[in-house]
Write a protein that binds this ligand. Sequence first.
Ligand SMILES: Nc1ncnc2c1ncn2[C@@H]1O[C@H](COP(=O)(O)OP(=O)(O)OP(=O)(O)O)[C@@H](O)[C@H]1O
Ligand SMILES: [Mg+2]
Length: 137
Amino acid sequence: MADVILDAKHISKYFYVPEEFKVLDDITFTVNKGEFMTLVGKSGSGKSTLLYVLSTMDTDYQGELILNGVNLRGQTQDQLAAFRNQHIGFVFQFHFLLPEFSVLENIMLPALKLGKLTKEQIEHNAYEKLKVLGMQD
Ligand SMILES: Nc1ncnc2c1ncn2[C@@H]1O[C@H](COP(=O)(O)OP(=O)(O)OP(=O)(O)O)[C@@H](O)[C@H]1O
Ligand SMILES: [Mg+2]
C-alpha cells in the first residue's frame, strides 16, 4: 500500500465576515508519498482557503488534518511552526525569498534554523536539490 503523506478528513470552514459563509464543505482526500496533485476550481471556489488550512497556517477549521502521520489538530502555534520547518515547503504566488541571500542560502535557511545538521551537510543537501531542478549553475 502506498504511503499516505497527507490525509484530510472532513475539512469544513466558515467565514463570518461580512456574513456567515461555508467556504469549505466536508473535504476528504489523501495524497500519497511522491504523488503530485493539482487543485482546480473557478475563482472564489476556495482553493487558497484550503491550501492555507493544509499548510497548517490557518487553524480555524473543522475536521482532521494528518501530515506524515501526525494529527495537527489542537497543536500550539509553536508546535505547528516547528512542524512546518521540518515537513512543509510552501511557495506563494508572491514569494518570500530573501534578496540579501543567494539562491543557495535561501534554500539552506530552514535547515540552518533547525540546526540538526552541519553547515556543510546542509549546503550539500541544498545543492543536491538545485541539481534535481537543473539550477545548480
Ligand atoms: N478572509 C476572508 N473573509 C471572508 N471571506 C473570504 C476571506 N478569504 C476569502 N474569502 C471568500 O472565500 C471564497 C474563497 O476564496 P479563495 O481565495 O479561497 O478562492 P480561490 O479559489 O483561491 O480563488 P482564486 O482562483 O481567485 O484565487 C471567496 O468567495 C472569497 O471571497
Ligand atoms: Mg486563490
